[in-house]
Design a protein around this ligand. Sequence first.
Ligand code: E4P
Length: 221
Amino acid sequence: MKLFLDTANLVQIKKLNQMGIVDGITTNPTLVAKEPGDFEDIIAAICREVKGDVSAEVVATNFDGMVAEARHLSTIAPNVVVKIPIIPEGLRATKVVSGMGIRVNMTLVFSANQGLLAAKAGASFISPFIGRLDDIGQRGMDVVEDLVKIRDNYHMKAEVLVGSIRHTQHVLEAAKAGADIATMPAEVMEKMMQHPLTDAGLKRFLDDWEQAKKARASITV
Ligand code: E4P
């Protein structure tokens, strides 16, 4: 499974990317709004840093506007993927935009049926938002599991990109379900690295090493 960061913060992206664990980036208007600077400059800088796919979202909600924005965003860098919301105009725009060879990440997916339509319209990525479903008392992972099954049943080319990840268990469950990609905040990726037994084990190794060094030094003296 590919691991993406769900952030527009270049500092966070650089820190984790240099570990070789970042396959791509997803952004959305909320995430970009948190960062200083111009939207396109931010996306361009992220695309220079990360070689994998970088999703940048349209903000128009009508067909013409979405197509125009998608065309423009795709000129920023070859690894830009255009995020389009799953609304009727968005499906129409996806059909046209994907027909131009621009890859689309269909976003704000909350049901497997929406995801099925996204794939049919030509989206390259389907983004179910699982945390937001959990927030309203529905099991978000059900949508992921259904989409993975549908993808496999019909050999769909669209990749299941799990978004709105809140914690490390979501990543694990997405991987077990067979999702193609999980996109997560930097904090979640950092937590994936951590285990108290790793810290305790390292401390013990280093303490034992120091003890042995002191013991050897006292024998030499
Ligand atoms: C995915 O592409 C979205 O940017 C994101 O995961 C939304 O997550 P949120 O529910 O934490 O805002």
